[in-house]
Design a protein around this ligand. Structure first.
Ligand code: ACO
Length: 366
């Protein structure tokens, strides 16, 4: 029997992240995610993934400066974004923007320098597109701000508050890598053909966009809006499940307990969200878990990272249609680390498939 969806199939080795689905544990290069969320800056986590070790203070500053220097976008790429119609979704614009960056950076580019510059530029692509689609002036990047703060600054034109900076950093740290998820696998498959970094990340963005992967958090906020009040939660959830809909922000291919990132983001949302909004989110989570466990007792469905990601990005003040693109702004660090790891010890990824179609047909049969 083929493993539908490649569930539990080990396709390689990685040093970047360990996902322990039964224990609800996530580790980057040996460090527990709780430790990193509390103590590390996003740029330090990117360093950890790219270099395989914790940076010294000097190395951390140097990487932060290097990323800051690469935030500007080539004018040709800005023109590509400018040419997109205003109904273009941010993830489609980001995919196009990364592809355009590849077109102006042709050749062999699977190396650390391009991983750093692309990670810096992904945030700029999102912010620049956001400004353009609203007919606003593009805000030039600031080299004195960290990655997350500069991202928010380029979107809004204002320096983020301490609370926004803290939320953004925790979010970016938590989402930077996650084992052999669908978008990372996509990136590694593309890299394994000998293709380039920009093509691999363009493909990864396409994979991340789907609601079964990174496209869920906007839908979580839509769900919370539709539910409206804590009292409506149970009826709304039961009706949605009766219609065979999936509850966004619940269930995971690997975690068979609560996603550890969800635990951290729940506490972040508890600290920073408006109390009434947090109470609604928490009640919806509680009712959803009760009802999912009642209706699908064998499935072990728990809260995944996207449920409280939505709450935290909402508290930051990001528009909901930027949520998935913001996920990409973090995950580009992990994607590029995996692309480098693939290229360093490459073999073409080319699985097999069972043929179940007809045989022996004749094109010119009477
Ligand atoms: N709501 C309702 N039922 C669910 C949910 C959910 N959120 N998740 C899984 N199920 C049910 C399915 O209906 C199915 O039930 P059935 O066997 O009675 O038909 C069973 O659980 C197994 O579902 P699969 O799709 O086989 O599980 P898989 O491991 O492939 O799915 C996934 C994981 C895609 C994340 C799924 O849980 C889901 O669709 N969740 C909602 C979307 C979401 O939150 N996406 C973000 C994921 S986190 C991330 O990628 C960063």
């Amino acid at each position: 029997m083929p493993a539908k969806g490649l569930q539990n199939i080990v396709v390689g080795e990685t040093r970047h992240s360990l996902v322990e689905g039964e224990k609800g544990q996530l580790v980057f290069q040996g460090y527990e995610i709780q430790d990193l969320a509390q103590h590390a800056a996003f740029e330090e986590v990117a360093y950890l993934l790219w270099y395989g070790q914790k940076p010294s203070a000097e190395q951390g500053h140097a990487l932060r400066a290097e990323m800051a220097q690469h935030r500007s976008l080539p004018s040709g790429v800005i023109n590509v974004l400018r040419a997109l119609p205003e109904f273009t979704e941010p993830m489609d614009a980001l995919r196009t923007g990364v592809s355009a960056l590849g077109a102006v950076n042709p050749g062999t580019n699977i190396d650390l320098a391009h991983a750093v510059s692309l990670t810096a530029q992904v945030a700029s692509l999102i912010a620049v597109f956001h400004r353009l689609r609203h007919g606003l002036e593009i805000i030039p990047p600031r080299e004195d701000l960290d990655h997350g703060s500069n991202y928010l600054y380029m979107i809004t034109g204002s320096e983020p508050t301490a609370a926004q900076r803290a939320m953004m950093n925790v979010y970016l740290v938590l989402l930077a890598d996650h084992g052999m998820n669908a978008s990372t696998f996509t990136a590694r498959v593309i890299a394994s053909t000998g293709s380039d970094l920009y093509s691999a990340v363009t493909g990864a963005i396409g994979a991340l966009k789907g609601p079964l992967h990174g496209g869920a958090p906007r839908k979580v906020l839509d769900m919370l809006d539709a539910i409206g009040t804590a009292e409506n939660a149970e009826t709304w959830i039961r009706d949605a499940l009766a219609r065979k809909e999936r509850l966004m922000g619940f269930g995971h291919r690997v975690y068979k307990t609560t996603d550890p990132r969800a635990e951290i983001l729940r506490e972040t949302a508890r600290t920073y969200s408006e109390p009434a909004f947090f109470r609604l989110a928490q009640t919806v989570e509680e009712r959803a878990l009760e009802i999912l466990h009642e209706k699908k007792p064998d499935q072990r469905l728990y809260t995944n990272v996207e449920f409280f990601s939505a709450a935290v990005m909402h508290a930051v003040g990001l528009p909901r249609d930027l949520f998935t693109a913001t996920f990409a702004a973090s995950r580009t660090a992990g994607w590029t680390a995996h692309i480098l790891e693939q290229a360093a010890d490459n073999r073409l990824i080319r699985p097999d498939v069972d043929y179940v179609g007809p045989t022996g047909l004749k094109w010119n049969a009477a």
